[in-house]
Design a protein around this ligand. Sequence first.
Ligand SMILES: Cc1cc2nc3c(=O)[nH]c(=O)nc-3n(C[C@H](O)[C@H](O)[C@H](O)COP(=O)(O)O)c2cc1C
Length: 201
Amino acid sequence: MASTEPTRLDDDGLDLIFRHARTHNIWLPIPVSQATLREIWNVMKFGPTSANCSPLRIVFVQSPAEKERLVACMDKSNQAKTRIAPVTAILAMDLEFYEKLPRLFPHDQTARSWFAGKPEHIKETALRNSSLQGAYFIVAARALGLDCGPMSGFNEDHLNTAFFADGKFKVNFVCSLGHGDATKVFPRSPRFDFDEACRLI
Ligand SMILES: Cc1cc2nc3c(=O)[nH]c(=O)nc-3n(C[C@H](O)[C@H](O)[C@H](O)COP(=O)(O)O)c2cc1C
């Protein structure tokens, strides 16, 4: 990093990503370009995962027909908000992520063997790291000026059958993207103070 660049985000950056960012349910009719969706991936892909295993796979659902197939998988309370969002991403985990480790973790060619034939270890690692990547996804989308509406209220079996019929990927969560109507958010819910959630030892 050049010496003239800041070594931390300024207050505007922190507000954009965290302090002023809200979860959205009501979406303005402003499209999100495919170039922006690619940019989200090209930023978030640098977030760390264990052994660089990168198990997250994303399906960006934009077409009305595909959106209706997704809406049918959502809980009733999440259906209308999913339908009106310009894009809803399905964030899934590849349960065969370890097959890619010879490429993604090239300096240790034994990494595949840490997982092959160990379904519990595969599942735990895929869930932990795809959830981390899901958080990087939200942070990247916000950093690029989008709002997010993450959701776990859906029928998991129905969604996996509808979008991942070969069984290799399993949904983690779903997240709408776009420009939210800031006038229609609930008052911010409280967060824990540092001393309630953290210990210094
Ligand atoms: C993994 C995850 C799943 C969520 N599932 C739902 C959901 O199914 N339906 C919904 O309306 N909100 C859902 N939410 C939204 C949360 O309730 C919301 O992010 C939280 O209350 C914080 O709101 P804020 O970002 O506006 O402060 C989900 C959020 C996350 C991160």
